[in-house]
Design a protein around this ligand. Sequence first.
Ligand code: FES
Length: 107
Amino acid sequence: MTDEELRGIPRNEIAERGRYRCRLLVCHSSPCRIVGAEAVYEALVQTVRERRLDAVVEVSCIGCTAHCADGPLVKVCVPGRDDVIYELVTPELAIQILEKHVHGHDS
Ligand code: FES
C-alpha cells in the first residue's frame, strides 16, 4: 500500500460515514463477545436486511470502547448528532435501538 493510499483511508472512512442515516457499531472485543455481542450483531444485521434498510443503515463491528463491564455495547452514530452508547444490549433491545434512531420512535 502506498503512502497516498494510506492517507486516503481516513478520507474514505469519512465519506463512507456520510452515506448512512445511521451507523450501529457493535463492540466485538472479547468481554462484549462473551456476554452476547455476536447475537446482538446478528439481530441487527438480520433486521436491517429484512427491512431493506441496507442503503441507509450500517451495522458494523468496533473494538473496545472501555465500557467492558456493561457489555454488550452498541454505539450509534447519526450525522449531525452526538454519538450515543448503549450498554447491556440484548438482541431485542438492539432492534428497539435501531427503530429509535432510524424511524425516530421506540417500539
Ligand atoms: S469489550 Fe466491549 S466495551 Fe470493552
